[in-house]
Design a protein. Structure first.
Length: 332
């Protein structure tokens, strides 16, 4: 099915696609890359927001400088602010030596703040000052430092709603949203699926399957892709490992979509799989909070207790998983 295609005009490594929606996103990337203003990249989990951020960096005049990513959902409180701004020795419990933050490491380059919607209020205030003045103060220090790093932020959250609810600073939202790019979900650009499959297969080891049949690609086109490009990449990696043939047919694709480690939505869509045990009450419907906690715990169990892997498959931050399970454990 898939065949080698020459690069499209203006093709950018890893930014794979030729659909109108993807081309419009890349057109914005090319316009915004030469600028130094902040960029807010939005889109559902797994659509490729970091790919867009990396492409902005590679096409900018900062491309010889560092590209420094930070997932704001993985750390909280002092640990997050220490990672971002650095700290002095003794700034908090466990700070046995001074540490340079990512703001300093990203000088002359790009600082990519993923999951910006998870940033706590105290960190939001510090980030606002950084964006407005280029200044920041390491934890425990009275001395102001400066950085010229360009900030690119990304989120799958609806920040205007968070602003309205008082969970995200309005002034920070406006400062981050000077320029914005929305990355379309994969199901809205099905034309890109064959190209993405070819791209992921090309990254495999020697002797691995090199193509999917036309029927297999058609089955992929019908899928809703709740995990977006990340889910597609995972599927391609799995069928490549499981297949003993030089090509992958629709039966292999269907088998992987229906397997226990596939997202629940994929299994239900294919007619296989059942909801995790304990998720249905006596009347056939359980309270939403109980279902949420049970489903999250089931996802963690599917990944053998690896919360990071479970968070990626669910398309949420690790902190969200901890919060849901903690709330369920407290009986709230």
């Amino acid at each position: 099915m898939t065949q080698h295609r020459p690069p499209l005009p203006g093709w950018i490594e890893n930014a794979v696609g030729e659909s109108p929606r993807w081309r419009r996103a890349l057109a914005l990337v090319r316009k915004m890359a030469p600028l130094d203003a902040p960029v807010l990249v939005t889109g559902k989990s797994g659509v490729g927001k970091e790919v867009i951020a990396q492409t902005l960096h590679r096409l900018s005049r900062r491309n010889e400088g560092p590209f420094i990513p930070l997932n704001c959902g993985l750390l909280q409180g002092n640990l997050l602010e220490s990672e971002l701004f650095g700290h002095t020795r003794g700034a908090f419990t466990g700070a046995t030596c001074a540490k340079q933050g990512l703001c300093a490491a990203a000088v002359d380059g790009t600082l990519f703040l993923d999951e910006i919607g998870e940033l706590p209020p105290s960190s939001q205030a510090m980030l606002l000052r950084l964006l407005e003045t280029g200044e920041y103060r390491p934890l425990g220090s009275t001395e102001l430092h400066r950085t010229n790093a360009r900030v690119i932020a990304a989120t799958h959250r609806h920040l205007p709603q968070m602003v309205a609810e008082g969970r995200f600073r309005q002034d920070l939202y406006y400062r981050l949203n000077v320029l914005s790019i929305h990355v379309p979900s994969l199901y809205r650009r099905p034309e890109d699926i064959p190209l993405l499959v070819e791209h992921f297969l090309s990254q495999g080891c020697a002797g691995a399957p090199r193509r999917l049949t036309a029927a297999a690609i058609e089955r992929l086109r019908r899928h809703r892709w709740p995990g977006n490009v990340r889910e597609l990449r995972n599927l391609v990696e799995r069928v490549r490992v499981l297949s003993d043939s030089s090509e992958i047919d629709e039966f292999m694709v269907e088998e992987v979509l229906a397997s226990p480690s596939a997202p629940a939505s994929a299994r239900l869509e294919s007619g296989a799989g059942q909801l995790p045990g304990g998720m249905l009450g006596a009347q056939g419907v359980a309270p939403l909070a109980d279902m949420e906690a049970a489903y999250v715990q089931w996802a963690v169990d599917q990944h053998r207790g690896n919360v990071s892997d479970a968070a990626r498959s669910l398309g949420v931050a690790r902190s969200t998983i901890y919060r849901i399970l903690h709330r369920a454990g407290d009986g709230r």
